[in-house]
Design a protein around this ligand. Structure first.
Ligand code: HDD
Length: 730
């Protein structure tokens, strides 16, 4: 008997919102149901095709076979040309205070309103099946289902972009994607075509510093900042506009992994970020971000050393502070990856009254691209009718027909003005929520050119580099040495050195050393090769002013939130004979602090503690890897310690955790296991006097002290100072 639909699982309360309720009407759940064709006919045999005799040929008449195979043949759609690999979640957004002085956007004016959101995070260059941990920019696209229609904030985890004009976007993407003759390398910027392009486009210098920094290797999507990148406009009910930059600030802080670790994670778990997001939401540890805005009054447009319309520039937070105006919480995983995550169609042009565009030439080009791409990717002009893309408010206009049209528009008229239907649907007055474009004054000649105010290509790249902590600077140097080391053409490497020398001579010098090259002297007017055929080089020369700000704290991740261990993954290494008290004392403290703890043993099944208690490990050394955890603890227990000490995988686990600068704790009894590692052997003979033996390593017989110090260490995320000198085996 088929189960009644009323028996279906009901979503928990915190997952309810208007969009979730609307999606529910499209959800199909086959629990307890009988199998049918797409036309509702019940299927009796889904194992065999219809044949002319038992051993005969298949009959064309077999509509069940034909329907099934045909559907299968058409299951794939083109992947996104960029940001192909992503994962998404549902959630809600709430503004803290009424923002109506700045914007008439209703969802930003009512602190009581809860706006449903759907957020998709992504890498940029890799294909759908590539790894999450590629060195790359991350997409951070938010669809707000507001009462005035959808607002999409289609941003990245970096506040600037590679290019200043959308006309160069296809060139940028062709350069970074795998090379066209052999489709190599996948999901990586470390190859000739990318750096060939970048080395001729000094406007990329600032973004390159971000892309080569640890920002390109997030520990988690939940620990990334997001940025709208462009300067947008807020417009209030009186028509007064101010410039606005959007920010997302993660409440878990901004954290990254090490490059060596990222490369390992890509092998051990290419779905690392996807899994992390999914698991956190399933566990009820809902990721949260505050929405921040930097506001610049219209009259201050020309007050800065850079042009607000230039997407390769940020507004330093020291000049214009970020006001936190609301909070977004992701609280529900999608039901179906394809239907929701793959079919969601973001568009930077989806704005609501109160939010408007500026003339940033990158933004202007994007306004064309996003609808255009959905036409091929989702197959026609009705992609807005796909459930995930529908607004929560009704849609009424005179657009009709087209592939896969779902709406059954009633009535005779699909034009306006009309007399037959009393002119419905009627246009909305501004007072009734009609969108009115900002009344910007424009008095200009048509011109195909770049504004001279965009030609300072290096001062913010230098500001970024100077604002980094020493470990972060080292990581940038290592990243550039790696990337350019993968470039085959020496001329490209040399050109890049000349570009980097404009940012910082020390930086360029270190990379030149790693590459075994000298920095060529290329004058500023010859660095930029992105000039029109009739252009005069001098008109397109980069400028390189000093810049009045030496440092901006907000650009470094060093000072980020480090006060909790919520959702951090901790490994406990154990074997038969483990001291159960030593294990559970620390485990309980970690779990109470919100961490996720896995017991890792030589094999799956059960281990037996010293006191004969059965413990079920979560992973074995075969399935787990140090790079998938934030910290590691080794409990006591004579036999367990002896097993781990002799277990190469356990020792490797610790060595690797050390190399990646993670917190390590051990029960005093388990000190032998640490002594099997390479890093512990180097301690002075009298090390036992202190419990914290060196940065991020604690050994103690006092479980309370051990657990609480371990928690503080894990909260610090990493002990990057361990990398000095940066030559650590694993
Ligand atoms: Fe874009 C997708 C972000 C410049 C053209 N872009 C896409 C996505 C994000 C961004 C997050 C994935 C959305 C999703 O998850 O579905 N893009 C940016 C940012 C940019 C930017 C922050 C610079 C500030 N993009 C940009 C330019 C163009 C495009 C200049 C073209 C002129 N972007 C696209 C696209 C994509 C896209 C081809 C591919 C899939 C899609 O739109 O839906 O239209």
């Amino acid at each position: 008997m088929a189960k009644k639909s009323s028996e279906k699982k009901v979503a928990p309360v915190q997952q309810e919102n208007e969009k979730a309720a609307k999606l529910e009407s499209f959800v199909a759940d086959s629990t307890g149901e009988l199998m049918t064709t797409n036309h509702g006919v019940k299927i009796n045999d889904d194992q065999n095709s219809l044949k002319a005799g038992e051993r005969g040929a298949t009959l064309l008449e077999d509509f069940i076979l034909r329907e099934k195979i045909t559907h299968f043949d058409h299951e794939r759609i083109p992947e996104r040309i960029v940001h192909a690999r992503g994962s998404a979640a549902h959630g809600v957004f709430k503004v803290y205070e009424d923002m109506s002085e700045l914007t008439r956007a209703a969802f930003l004016c009512d602190p009581g309103a809860e706006t449903p959101v759907f957020v998709r995070f992504s890498t940029v260059a890799g294909s759908r099946g590539s790894t999450d941990l590629a060195r790359d920019v991350r997409g951070f696209a938010v669809k707000f289902y507001t009462q005035e229609g959808n607002f999409d904030l289609v941003g990245n985890n970096m506040p600037v972009f590679f290019i200043q004009d959308a006309v160069k976007f296809p060139d940028l993407i062709h350069a970074v994607k795998p090379e066209p003759d052999n489709e190599m390398p996948q999901a990586a910027s470390a190859h000739d075509t990318f750096w060939d392009f970048i080395s001729q486009m000094p406007e990329s210098a600032h973004m390159i510093m971000w892309a080569m920094s640890d920002r390109a290797l997030p520990r988690s999507y939940r620990m990334m900042e997001g940025f709208g990148v462009h300067t947008f406009r807020f417009v209030n009910a009186k028509g007064v506009s101010s410039f606005v930059k959007f920010h997302w600030k993660p409440l878990l802080g901004v954290h990254a992994v090490a490059w060596d670790e990222a490369q390992n994670i890509s092998g051990k778990d290419p779905d690392y970020h996807r899994r992390d997001l999914w698991d956190a939401i399933e566990a009820g540890a809902f990721p949260e971000w505050e929405l921040g805005v930097q506001i610049v009054p219209e009259e201050d447009e020309f007050k800065f050393e850079f042009d607000l319309l230039d997407p390769t520039k940020l507004i330093p937070e020291e000049l214009v502070p970020v006001q936190r105006i609301g909070k977004m919480t992701l609280n529900r995983n999608p039901d179906n990856f394809f239907a929701e995550t793959e079919q969601v169609a973001f568009h930077v042009g989806h704005v609501v009254p109160g939010i408007d565009f500026t003339n940033d030439p990158l933004l202007q080009g994007r306004l064309f691209s996003y609808t255009d791409t959905q036409l091929i990717r989702l197959g026609g002009p009705n992609f807005h009718e796909i459930p995930i893309n529908r607004p929560v408010v009704p849609v009424h206009n005179n657009q009709r027909d087209g592939h896969m049209r779902q709406t059954i528009n009633r009535g005779k008229t699909s034009y306006g003005p009309n007399g037959i239907a009393a002119n419905d649907p009627q246009q909305a007055k501004a007072a009734d929520g009609g969108f009115v474009s900002y009344n910007e004054r424009i008095d200009a000649r048509k011109i195909r050119a770049r504004s001279r105010s965009f030609f300072d290509h290096f001062s913010q790249a230098r500001l970024f580099f100077n604002s980094q902590s020493d470990p972060e600077k080292n990581h940038i140097i290592d990243a550039l040495s790696f990337e350019l080391g993968k470039v085959k053409a020496v001329e490209i490497r040399e050109r890049m050195l000349a570009v980097l020398a404009q940012i910082d001579k020390g930086l360029a010098g270190e990379i030149a050393f790693a590459l075994g090259l000298h920095i060529p002297k290329i004058p500023l007017e010859e660095l930029n090769n992105s000039i029109p055929a009739d252009g005069d080089r001098a008109d397109y020369a980069s400028t390189n002013p000093e810049g009045s700000l030496a440092k901006s704290e907000a650009l470094s991740m060093a000072g980020t939130i480090k006060d909790n261990i919520k959702t951090r993954k901790i490994a406990i290494l154990a074997a038969d004979g483990v001291d159960e008290k030593s294990l559970s004392k620390v485990k309980d403290t970690l779990v109470a602090e919100g961490a996720v703890v896995h017991i890792i043993a030589p094999k799956l099944g059960e281990i037996t503690s010293k006191g004969d208690k059965k413990i079920v490990p979560d992973e074995s050394f075969l399935t787990a890897a140090s790079v998938l955890y934030d910290a590691v603890y080794v409990p006591g227990g004579g036999n367990s310690v002896a097993t781990l000490e002799a277990e190469a995988n356990a020792v490797h686990f610790l060595n690797e955790a050390f190399k990646h600068c993670k917190a390590i704790a051990a029960d005093d009894e388990a000190i032998q296991v640490l002594e099997s590692t390479y890093f512990f052997k180097k301690l002075p003979a009298d090390y036992a006097k202190e419990t914290v033996l060196r940065e991020g390593i604690i050994v103690s017989a006092d479980f309370n002290e051990l657990a609480s110090t371990f928690v503080e260490m894990i909260a610090l995320h990493r002990f990057w100072e361990r990398e000095n000198p940066r030559k650590i085996p694993a």
